[in-house]
Design a protein. Structure first.
Length: 188
């Protein structure tokens, strides 16, 4: 059985589903400097108008990348959020939905591991998902499975998720795929 913490890199959808054009872009593009974007800490998440947003731990890259560091891409309606949090250009992300309280999202999370190599013990106790220490998940439960063997896909719901967005950089527009393209909560 694989250890949950060492297997986090296997969780999510394949990176070509997340960012299909990345493989075709030249990786030798030169950086043009950092974008002049103020950290999110100056504007509370709850105070932003309804709409689509992307926040990341690093400023907007001036190259081919959709984001830098770890990013939160989401749609806001009132105090309700639907989105995902993860590392751009990878398959490591967690779908999130819930409610805002200043710069915190409280709600539930979902990961979608696939294939035989992802049979994991699902944690019940709280753990920190990311190396930055911003996302905590707990009370995991296998909500749905589809397929067998290497074609098996699981939907694991964490009934408790909390994300600290304080100090993240607000990008002018979302650059990553929309949450509706990656996070289908209607599997039941």
């Amino acid at each position: 059985m694989f250890n949950w913490y060492n297997s986090i890199g296997l969780i999510g959808l394949v990176s070509w589903l997340l960012f299909p054009n990345v493989a075709t872009l030249a990786t030798s593009l030169e950086k043009e400097g950092k974008a002049d974007i103020s950290p999110m800490a100056k504007t509370s998440l709850a105070n932003l108008p309804d709409g689509a947003y992307q926040l990341c731990t690093e400023p907007l890259p001036q190259d081919w990348r959709d984001g830098a560091g770890v990013c939160f891409n989401y749609a806001k309606k009132g105090t309700t959020i639907d989105g995902y949090y993860g590392y751009p250009h990878s398959d490591a992300f967690v779908c999130l939905r819930g409610n805002l309280s200043k710069d915190w999202l409280y709600g539930e999370g979902m990961i979608i591991p696939w294939g035989e190599g992802t049979r994991l013990e699902i944690p019940q106790k709280e753990f920190t998902w990311d190396k930055e220490g911003r996302l905590s998940l707990s009370q995991g439960d296998l909500a749905h499975s589809d397929g067998i063997g290497e074609d098996r896909v699981d939907w694991i719901i964490f009934k408790q998720a909390s994300l600290n967005t304080q100090g993240l950089y607000l990008y002018p527009n979302p650059r990553m795929k929309s949450p509706t393209q990656l996070c289908d909560w209607s599997f039941k």
